[in-house]
Design a protein around this ligand. Sequence first.
Ligand code: RP5
Ligand code: MG
Ligand code: MG
Length: 279
Amino acid sequence: ATLHVKSRCPQYPGSKIKRLPVPDDKVDWSQKWPQYNPVNHTDPAVLKKPVWADAEIGVFSPKFNTVDAGVDRTGFEGTYKVENGKPLNPHGRTGVTGRGLLGRWGPNHAADPIVTRWKVDAKGAKILHSVSKRPILQFVAIKRKDCGEWAIPGGMVDPGEQVSLTLQREFSEEALNSLSVVPAERAKIHERINKLFKSPGFQVYKGYVDDPRNTDNAWMETVAVNFHDESGNSVSELPLQAGDDAGQVKWVDVDSSFALYASHSHFLELVAKERKAHW
Ligand code: RP5
Ligand code: MG
Ligand code: MG
């Protein structure tokens, strides 16, 4: 696995907190660092104990590496260590302890729907990239309100929720603004995209996400799934409208030079390879 980088970003998001800088050779927990003294930070919004957040360790001792009271605390990359009652980030040090902006101790599970189509000309013919000579994929991207970065319209899996539902729900909320329409409209959106999301999709990735919110004790994990509109007549015909934690939404050409949030660029690279598209 590659070293996490965004999980060591100097400025912790949504705060004035600066992470303790962790050099590459000290990321792995197996490297001795007796003086390691990270900053402890849990966002006030998390400490307020909203439904999506755990309580502080001490008053609360969840069972890690298992499904505990409906909350999936298993890691996608195997058993993670727990030290002094707190789970340890399986990808190593981040320079911050506590949960930061994340609600759960240990893994915080998300799902990322990667909706794609081919870039076509006015006659409907695939456009080939001038350099790679490969057809160009486009995917639905949202601009995150929290950091202004472009991203896949993903979101957290609710306790007990099927990942297939999270994928469709988050796409509807963030890229189609389903939360802001009357129930009858929502049902229509649901009906229109059901067909695309009913297909099993291509599972692109399942594991750790190098997310800037990660800490030594809390981190993001995701299942990224590609839903491809081959003929360009299903989702492609729906009007995109940003909603919930998305500020903007648009079709973006899949290309290695387009910067994306967390490890999302890596997921798109896997999609491009699979579909023999330009990268
Ligand atoms: C990333 O955070 C995941 O890949 C997913 O896209 C996202 C989920 O968090 P929210 O969008 O709910 O903030 O790590
Ligand atoms: Mg969301
Ligand atoms: Mg989201």
